[in-house]
Design a protein around this ligand. Structure first.
Ligand code: GLA
Length: 383
């Protein structure tokens, strides 16, 4: 099984952490369908850490927590599947998970068999408490083999946070996507840090193993597990976050409580034009065409799309308005010159504004406000 595009869905961790149970998961499945999220591509519902008992059974198998999941995991998976969604779960390459539940170390094959028997379609595989004597690439290859031979197609979502130079070996392991950076929090500082780390990792992104920038915090609004005392992001900041994840080709895994969303959250996560960029069939690597002053805070990033359009983002990560001359695009940046007889037509995917490029250089109209992104879908026109 090859994953041809970065996955989309929902994961329990950013809002709920250990506070998960069957009822909440089933209500979330209902909401994903009723809100139209499944139709937009959000198809994986993933239960993160803290779902199991603390002790395996006599046969060495993982056991779902009897209080949180009284009917077991097949029951939950069947419900999720009945809604047309796919079902994901979590384990860890260490003997215990990050939150202290049993991990899959030296139980990889028996656990993969359990996941397959429950109807799991996606496994997030963490990296806490790993045996320091066994290299990470061995641990991920082992689970990769366990999943590949378990008799069911299961997406392998590696989560080792970019540790141990994993950009050099993760594609050898069977992982379909790879958490390339540390955990996200519901703050601008966190979004900025994760964004700034990506350009150096763009070369590893693409089909074969997508760079995962972590679950989205859009719609947390200062609540939930990934919130901190500094959390209170604005509409513009969440829009910027969503735009960056989409432009950079990261998975779009929602982290908010989709049963209780505000209209602002809906407006962001349901923007089909942004999702179309995230899910473009070519899944090509993005590239930086300009890093303006201050160099790593004002970025112009592009991605060539399957139909010949180009996604272009002007990204102001800084705390100040950044002058328009720090963001620009020329036909030359994307391979055109005067001999081509082509110019560029731009569509702002948030406002719907459209215009043709008038000069050879297109710059953002006004200085970009702090913590904001302009995202365009650019197409070629005759000139
Ligand atoms: C790590 C991962 C998170 C989450 C927690 C669960 O920190 O990076 O995404 O899965 O573990 O304990």
């Amino acid at each position: 099984m090859i994953l041809t595009r970065p996955p989309m869905g929902w994961n329990s961790w950013n809002t709920f952490a250990s506070d998960i149970d069957e009822t909440m998961i089933m209500e979330t499945a209902d909401a994903m369908v009723n809100e139209g999220l499944l139709d937009l591509g959000y198809e994986y519902l993933v239960i993160d850490d803290c779902w199991s008992e603390k002790v395996r059974d006599a046969a060495g198998r993982l056991v779902p927590d009897h209080i949180k999941f009284p009917h077991g995991m097949k029951y939950v998976a069947d419900y999720v599947h009945s809604k047309g969604l796919k079902f994901g779960m979590y384990s860890c390459a260490g003997a215990v998970t990050c939150a202290g539940y049993p991990g899959s170390f030296e139980h990889e094959f028996i656990d993969a068999a359990s996941f397959a028997s429950w109807g799991v379609d996606y496994l997030k595989y963490d990296y806490c408490f790993r045996d320091p004597n066994v290299p990470g690439e061995i641990l991920y290859r082992r689970m990769g083999l366990a999943l590949a031979t378990c008799g069911r197609d299961i997406v392998f979502s590696a989560c080792n946070w970019g540790a141990d130079e994993s950009q050099n070996w993760i594609k050898t392991t069977g992982a379909h996507l790879w958490r390339s950076t540390q955990d996200i929090f519901d703050t601008w500082g966190s979004i900025k840090t994760l964004t700034q780390k990506q350009p150096d990792l763009f070369k590893t992104n693409g089909q074969g193993c997508f760079n995962d920038m972590d679950m989205l915090v859009v719609g947390l609004n200062g609540r939930g597990n990934a919130a901190t005392k500094d959390s209170l992001l604005s509409f513009e900041e969440y829009k910027a976050h969503f735009s960056i994840w989409a432009l950079f080709g990261s998975p779009l895994m929602l982290g908010c409580d989709v049963r209780n969303m505000t209209d602002e959250t809906r407006q962001i996560i349901k923007n089909r034009e942004v999702i179309d960029i995230a899910r473009d069939e070519a899944a090509r690597q993005p590239f930086v065409i300009h890093a303006g002053f201050p160099s790593d805070e004002a970025l112009t990033v592009c991605r060539m799309l399957e139909n010949g359009d180009i996604a272009v983002g002007f990204i102001n990560l800084s705390d100040k308005p950044v002058g328009r001359w720090r963001f620009f695009l020329t036909p030359g940046h994307i391979g055109l010159d005067a001999s081509c007889g082509k110019n560029l037509h731009l569509r702002d995917v948030w406002t719907g504004e459209e215009f043709d490029m008038e000069n050879e250089i297109f710059v953002a109209e006004e200085p970009l406000p702090p913590h904001s992104v302009r995202l365009y879908r650019v197409s070629l026109i005759d000139c």
